[in-house]
Design a protein around this ligand. Sequence first.
Ligand SMILES: NC(=O)c1ccc[n+]([C@@H]2O[C@H](COP(=O)([O-])OP(=O)(O)OC[C@H]3O[C@@H](n4cnc5c(N)ncnc54)[C@H](OP(=O)(O)O)[C@@H]3O)[C@@H](O)[C@H]2O)c1
Length: 325
Amino acid sequence: MTQHPKIYVAGHRGMVGSAIVRQMLAQGHLSERIVTRTHAELDLTKQAAVNAFFAEEKPDQVYLAAAKVGGIHANNTYPADFIYQNLMVQANVIEAAFRHGVQKLLFLGSSCIYPRLAPQPMREDALLTGPLESTNEPYAIAKISGIKLCESYNRQYCASHGIDYRSVMPTNLYGPGDNYHPQNSHVIPALIRRFHEAKENYAPTVTIWGSGTPKREFLYVDDMAAASIFVMNLPKAVYDLHTSPMQSHINVGFGSDITIAQLAQAVSLATGYQGHIEFDPTQPDGSPRKLMDSTRLNMLGWQAKINLDQGLAVAYQDFIQQNSR
Ligand SMILES: NC(=O)c1ccc[n+]([C@@H]2O[C@H](COP(=O)([O-])OP(=O)(O)OC[C@H]3O[C@@H](n4cnc5c(N)ncnc54)[C@H](OP(=O)(O)O)[C@@H]3O)[C@@H](O)[C@H]2O)c1
């Protein structure tokens, strides 16, 4: 293999995929050695098209950052789309990668693979120890299947074909390329939009759903991209030492969490909103805490670098740019 392996980034126009491409280019990877296809050019749920693409491009490595992603509302409204599309994308890409000689693949999962009542912080070995959160169970089942696909191909074909397929489980992510849709976005982009609009309209108060006390963890997307490239490039002996064949995934978190009230304060500062923040405790809170245990990744030598205030400042500029298009 050359010094610049040919790398396919699936989902390169998404928030994480675009950050992975940015980071690889910043690290000096040649752009002509990065292969991409938009969703319109290649629908990854179509097996024949995926096979033809791998036969034509023959990449050396794959970052699987394409997925159907959404918040609670979308997951609850379109559960069939979430389970079907994610299962198909993963199965097609992983099988075609194997059939066409891809040695290294990194699959991106999610923290929702862990049981609803998993002990906090959530360690990798909490997987499959209890019932999942019902609102996104179909999506979580697909993500768990993605981990198990990687493990099963490794177990069956590592010795004969030398393949090495790995998985990372990101916490909540935010940053450039996020989705700021008014109804269908995650908490940080939703708050950015709300505080920005409140500032523009001179609204005296912003009311946040729930008590503000639940704690959540947030990781800036460029840190996620850095962690993905770090894990992909770990020597196999090191990766194997910290994982096992049937529990091979690695959590990627910031390392600490904050309350929704603290988050709201930070977003109001980042957007320059100067009014009051109120909470509506009659609205549901969700689980009291969701924090990843990232000890495994930290032991391997990786740590998040970008703190919330730094990340929110860039994210707000990204929102302004997206909004002005
Ligand atoms: N965002 C988070 O907070 C977060 C947290 C934990 C884990 N993750 C994981 O990180 C990965 C990337 O997430 P993200 O936030 O970057 O999502 P995103 O911004 O929605 O990007 C996903 C990309 O995948 C593409 N895609 C979806 N279905 C496809 C298909 N059938 N064929 C081809 N392309 C397809 C999308 O293209 P179109 O937009 O054109 O459909 C989009 O460019 C996902 O696996 C997600 O589960 C994300």
